[in-house]
Write a protein that binds this ligand. Structure first.
Ligand SMILES: NC(=O)c1ccc[n+]([C@@H]2O[C@H](COP(=O)([O-])OP(=O)(O)OC[C@H]3O[C@@H](n4cnc5c(N)ncnc54)[C@H](O)[C@@H]3O)[C@@H](O)[C@H]2O)c1
Length: 257
């Protein structure tokens, strides 16, 4: 067993920027050959990453991307389902198109990519790792983000079900659930007023947002040989956000230096 990713081929959806770009960088630096599947081109392409224009909501587009990976690399060992969008609006006001777009990107995207990857991994007989980016929104309710909460909770459900389907094949299926992470995704919420940085930071026990690399570290763990007995699970990387019951606990109940 080695924890190097040398000789492994990884596909990362939404890999052109943000968390996906950090995951691409991490897997690349640990030796993997990396394909980034994104509907946009990167502003700053990384040397060594192959960018494939892909829409994860489209079965044809996803099939084309994995056919290209077959032709260029001949195998797929790691799939990271990371592509995501946000649409904010209350049920009764948000359009069906917006609701559907969120579910299609996060949940259908995972299904479509896994549908391409699983048969290839099974045929090759060398196992594999599928890691999907969920969210703290998979565990708690966020008003105005019903589609997002539903899609992210759905990712955990599909993770658990798929993990059982492929366990005997040595294919592990897990998820990472980030908290607030500084990317364009969050900037969009700050711009439309649905998020406020002081509100967010105040409620995070560690009193800061995550760096994209901190999310990539958890993905890297689940994708590699240090996690060979983990499947069907999720790792929450949120600075303590979802476990706090008393946000304003008195200082004598907190450690101080
Ligand atoms: N930033 C956060 O605070 C946070 C918190 C929890 C979870 N997440 C999740 O992390 C993931 C990455 O988000 P991010 O913060 O890096 O946002 P981001 O907007 O910077 O990156 C998302 C990427 O997904 C791509 N994408 C969107 N729709 C796509 C499609 N149909 N096909 C292919 N690519 C598509 C975008 O082009 C973009 O490059 C998302 O799944 C998001 O829900 C983010």
């Amino acid at each position: 067993m080695t924890n190097s990713l040398a000789g492994k081929v990884a596909a990362i959806t939404g890999g052109a920027r943000g968390i996906g770009d950090a995951i691409a960088a991490r897997l690349l630096s640990d030796g993997a050959r990396v394909f980034a599947l994104d509907k946009i081109a990167p502003d700053e392409p990384r040397d060594g990453v192959t960018y494939l224009e892909t829409d994860v909501t489209s079965p044809d587009s996803v099939a084309n991307a994995f056919a290209t990976i077959d032709a260029q690399a001949g195998q797929i060992d790691i799939l990271v389902n990371n592509a995501g969008i946000q649409r904010v609006g209350l049920v009764g006001q948000v359009s069906f198109a917006d609701f559907s777009a969120v579910v299609a990107t996060h949940l259908n995207g995972f299904f479509l990519c896994a549908s391409e990857v699983v048969p290839r991994m099974v045929r090759r007989g060398k196992g594999g790792a599928i890691v999907s980016i969920a969210s703290t929104a998979a565990f708690v309710g966020l008003p105005g983000r019903g589609a997002y909460c539903a899609a992210k909770a759905g990712i955990l459900g599909l993770t658990r079900a798929l993990s059982l389907e492929v366990a005997t094949q040595g294919i592990r299926v897990n998820a990472v659930a980030p908290g607030f992470t500084r990317t364009k995704f969050i900037e969009q919420g700050l711009a439309d007023g649905s998020l406020q940085e002081d509100w967010m930071v105040a409620r995070v026990p560690m009193k800061r947002l995550a760096a994209t690399e901190e999310i990539a570290n958890a993905v890297r763990f689940l994708a590699g040989d240090e996690a060979t007995y983990m499947t069907g699970q999720s790792i929450v990387v949120d600075g303590g956000w979802i476990v706090q019951g008393i946000p304003e606990a008195p200082t004598w109940l907190q450690a101080s230096s």
